[in-house]
Design a protein around this ligand. Structure first.
Ligand code: C5P
Length: 220
């Protein structure tokens, strides 16, 4: 069983999905973390042709696991969980995510992962391209300013040099790339429920979505 949340960068999808997963006792799948992981692998490689690099990713043993409120990602036994959250990775991930071979790899990985369990997943194209038959689809949105403010507060804890303008520019440019790319662009699915979080507290949005899930999905 799969519930999906799509939406632009910094709209609160991951933290909301995590809170919902904890409340409902289901698993969380962070598709952006998988794109960040393969971006990190590319940046650390000796940078051969990108399309071929992603075509051959099946040789890498990628592992993802949600526990203790954290979505862990490993590649060939190396823990990438923190390494994928840097500005360096954030600045390159949307370009990498525009490659068809990269998307094919991540999509296949996710479809295999969710076969075994009940998941709530967040991303950009989950309701439209990856899981068109998802049991429930949400589309979360908020103004660019509010999204940048929230992401800035998160990132400042680990990177003191970051500014609000840097974060706003990164979100704006990622949204533009995600919405306009040829392969599986960010788009609301026709049957997705829209949750606009501008001005809503975190608890309010989680409660609202938990209620909708309980009304619409049989979790047993
Ligand atoms: O969710 P997060 O911001 O970590 O995602 C990082 C990037 O990965 C996004 O900006 C987007 O370019 C890409 N992505 C994607 N499709 C998804 C999830 C993320 O293209 N389903």
């Amino acid at each position: 069983m799969i519930i999906v949340i799509d939406g632009p960068a910094g709209s609160g999808k991951s933290s909301t999905a995590k809170a919902i997963a904890n409340r409902l006792g289901i698993k969380f799948l962070d598709s952006g973390a998988l794109y960040r992981a393969i971006t990190y692998l590319w940046l650390e490689s000796d940078k051969p042709g990108k399309a071929e690099f992603f075509e051959n990713l099946s040789n890498v043993r990628l592992q993802a696991d949600y526990r203790d409120q954290t979505f862990y990602v490993q590649a060939d036994g190396k823990n990438l969980t923190d390494k994928i959250r840097t500005k360096y990775v954030a600045d390159h991930v949307s370009e990498i995510a525009s490659y068809k071979t990269a998307r094919r790899f991540v999509n296949e990985f996710m479809r295999n992962l969710v076969k075994e369990d009940t998941y709530i997943a967040d991303g950009r194209d989950l309701g439209t391209a990856v899981f068109p038959d998802a049991d429930l689809k949400f589309y979360m949105d908020a103004s660019l300013k509010e999204r940048a403010k929230r992401r800035f507060l998160e990132m400042k804890a680990s990177d003191e040099s970051i500014t609000l303008e840097d974060v706003m520019e990164n979100l704006r440019s990622r949204d533009e790339k995600d919405q306009n790319r040829e392969n599986d662009p960010l788009k609301k699915a026709d049957d997705a429920i829209v949750i606009d979080t501008t001005g809503k507290s975190f608890e309010e949005q989680v409660q609202e979505m938990v209620s909708i899930i309980k009304e619409n999905v049989n979790l047993n």
